[in-house]
Design a protein around this ligand. Structure first.
Ligand code: 2DT
Length: 183
């Protein structure tokens, strides 16, 4: 008997929204209800490409902006065969960031448009659901300092949030926005 395909569920949001925690909880809840589920995250820093990205994020290396954008996309593509296999086996994948982060973060930099940023990810497995954890800038500040990594400034995070808002206008994506409360 053919088993039912797993669902591809993506969690997106600015830093400090709690994506990783919620991904873990969702995987647990799915497993407890008897549905096979696994978590993935992008960037996946364990691959060769992921290690280049990780060094860049940790500011141990510098990469040209277009180059790093393409590496983030390549990091997704290299995992596509594995993702498709799991989905076909009936495993639901809960993914911490996906192409939407790729587009939102790069297009928040000077000189990038959404259209160029979206091109390398065209053809990736389409999520069944994209949950966006919405956090106001005030609440993000309350949650303490952004990390030490690249992109960890409130000015940049605000620009990223605006790009996400533009992406959420895309009706072909099943966005579900969850507004996090202010305390
Ligand atoms: P975390 O590992 O803490 O989630 O931070 N990013 C992510 C991009 O710029 N492009 C991408 O395609 C992806 C997936 C967001 C990862 C940092 O990398 C940024 C924050």
């Amino acid at each position: 008997m053919a088993c039912k395909r797993g669902a591809l569920i993506v969690l997106e949001g600015v830093d400090k929204a709690g994506k990783t925690t919620q991904c873990k909880k969702l995987v647990q809840a799915l497993q407890q209800s008897g549905r096979p589920a696994e978590m993935m995250r992008f960037p996946d820093r364990t691959t060769t490409i992921g290690q280049l990205i990780s060094a860049y994020l940790e500011k141990k290396s510098d990469l040209e902006d277009h180059t790093v954008h393409l590496l983030f996309s390549a990091n997704r593509w290299e995992l596509v065969p594995q993702m498709r296999k799991k989905l076909e086996q009936g495993i639901t994948l809960v993914v911490d960031r996906y192409a939407f982060s790729g587009v939102a973060f790069t297009s928040a930099k000077q000189g990038f448009c959404l259209d160029w940023c979206m091109k390398p990810d065209v053809g990736l497995p389409k999520p069944d659901l994209v949950i966006f954890l919405q956090l106001s800038p005030a609440e993000a500040t309350l949650r303490g300092q952004f990390g030490e990594e690249r992109y960890g400034t409130s000015v940049f995070q605000r620009a990223v949030q605006q790009r996400f808002e533009q992406l959420m206008k895309e009706p072909s994506v099943n966005w579900q926005v969850i507004r996090l409360s202010e305390h």
